[in-house]
Write a protein of this length. Sequence first.
Length: 293
Amino acid sequence: MTGRAASQGGATRSLTVLATGPLTTVQDGGRPGQGALGIGRSGACDRAAARLSNRLVGNPPDAAVLEVTLGGLVLRTGADLVVATTGARCSGAHNAPTVLRAGRELRLGLPPTGLRTYVAVRGGIAVEPVLGSRSTDLLSGLGPPALSAGDVLPVGEPTAPMPGVDLAPVPDPPGGEVTVRVLPGPRADWFPAEAAAALTTTAWEVTGESNRIGLRLAGVALERSRAGELASEGMVRGALQVPPSGQPVLFLADAPVTGGYPVIGYVEDADVDRCGQLRPGQTLRFRGAVAPR
């Protein structure tokens, strides 16, 4: 990892990665507004949790943080640093700022619920930005690579005072069924009324093929009322695309900028954050109407 690490009383403001767990990446607010160039936004899967972690340590809301999938991250500090974790709760203080002394370790265990934990450090993760963002985009390969043991992450200097908050009373991600709001998509008219009804009356299971690109869902097959192929169209986070299998895919942070299968609906943006915390085996329900008017 490259970037500029500040010095603090002779100690380097940095984090050394000792273990990564299944997947840990650097994420920030992403690369918005570059879809016409074929560049997706990327950024944190659970934007609300990432922004909360930054606010707790006095960072700008979209400063770079670490997104940890299913725990397992171990970090060692090079200087006294203020850190906060949000999202999926691991061991130790959570939704609260805490001081990690130089040479000490931060260890994240397996969260009981939720999938992604966000680690913010006061001053932000200061790896070099790519096209205006420090986010790792797993689909395009832009940004820093996923973390590996031995990586040294530079930490920037604080730019704002601490907010004076001891604890954010935020509930943990649920471990059971989750219901989200859905709106009609641009190709809802490619599906009969029965398929539109099935979308909002089925409990969809999140499969193990899900990742930062999207949730692959298993349930009844959503049959089309039109045959033929669809020309590639613009795609965004929250789109519910239906491939020929009839099993919908809900796009998340690393969604492609175009897609060639019909989009039956869109999950409301705030609810996509909650979907980013779903584990394989959890069930998801959609509330709303997607039938074309």
